[in-house]
Write a protein that binds this ligand. Structure first.
Ligand code: PRT
Ligand code: ZN
Length: 285
């Protein structure tokens, strides 16, 4: 049987989360000995562990059929691959940063400046569109020290919490684009591999749908049920089941983590009892 080959980061910020995503999709992978490649135990999939920089090229060439990596790398490498799905982890932004004592005005500040980055393609496209001339110094890593050692006037790098900038005496001047981990695919998958990709995608979506949501069960007197139902959006509408106790019903629904506490307080105020909150593992729509 044909296997689908997926490339994930060997060691880095996305490695563990990529493996975890496969696990959540019910795909068992053992990588105890950190091999370069391994087979999944219960899904026709081969996993290749690579540097993220190499993944776009390997997927374009078909060495791997699909891959997981940061969108930023996909844009920078600009290979012939398709972005299939955003995965909701590895979130960050690509920003221009300058020494903290500099007075920042607007994007024209960068006219004629030297900017150090590991993302020269994204950066030069950005400034070309703006009609601003800059000199780009390409660095493989440790971009944040470039201004301190006099290599550049500014940097363009990944920011998540901002503490790296702070530690290096820099401040964020402009956030240019947001990025997160994505699933990419080769453009000429065989029909069998396309089916496997569809299966994987179905599972990924079910997992993503369940993220950030809770299943809520509660009991209430029948008179207050209409009020309670108004508080619960649910996937369609909440399910209402009669209880053995006459005059009482049980209500089941899905609520998002964001408004969780607010809704629970409201439910209690409206007479809900025995509220049970359960994590959702997968949600198939
Ligand atoms: O060895 P390999 O080439 O595979 O790995 P790598 O060193 O190129 O990449 P890695 O593991 O550092 O990052 C992989 C991907 O994670 C990136 O391409 C991004 O899509 C994503 N990601 C998310 C980040 C960050 N957050 C992040 N904070 N990648 C890097 N950083 C670095 C950033 O470069 C800077 O040095 O963290 C620092 C900034 O973080 P804060 O929190 O201090 O702002
Ligand atoms: Zn890399």
């Amino acid at each position: 049987m044909e296997k689908i080959k997926i490339a994930i980061q060997k060691s880095g910020r996305l490695s563990e989360k990529s493996l975890n995503l496969l696990t959540e999709c019910g795909i068992k992978v053992s990588n105890g000995d950190r091999k370069l490649r391994t087979d999944a135990r219960n899904f026709p999939m081969e996993i290749l562990f690579l540097r993220d920089d190499d993944i776009p090229q390997y997927v374009e060439q078909g060495v791997a059929d699909i891959g997981i990596l940061g969108e930023n790398e996909v844009w920078e490498k600009d290979k012939e691959v398709d972005i299939i799905e955003k995965l909701g982890f590895g979130n960050c932004r690509l920003s221009l940063a300058i020494p903290k004592d500099e007075q920042y005005t607007n994007i024209n500040y960068f006219q004629g400046k030297r900017i150090a980055t590991s993302y020269p393609k994204i950066l030069s496209n950005y400034f070309k569109n703006k009609g601003i001339n800059v000199k780009i110094e390409e660095l493989g890593g440790s971009v944040e020290i470039a201004t301190g050692i006099g290599l550049a006037d500014a940097i363009f790098d990944i920011v998540s919490t901002g503490s790296t900038l702070l530690m290096n005496g820099l401040k964020e001047a402009e956030a240019i684009i947001r990025s997160e981990a994505v699933l990419i695919s080769n453009r000429n998958l065989s029909p069998a591999k396309t089916v496997l990709l569809e299966q994987l995608l179905f599972r990924i979506k079910a997992y993503k749908n369940g993220q950030g949501k809770k299943y809520v069960l509660l009991n209430a007197r029948n008179e207050v049920i209409p009020e309670i139902v108004k508080l619960l959006p649910g996937m369609r509408s909440p399910s209402i089941l009669p209880l053995a106790d006459e005059g009482w019903s049980s209500v089941h629904s899905v609520i998002s983590d964001d408004d969780f506490w607010e809704i629970i307080d409201e439910l209690k105020r409206h007479g809900a009892e025995g509220i049970l909150v359960v994590p959702i593992e997968k949600m198939i729509q």
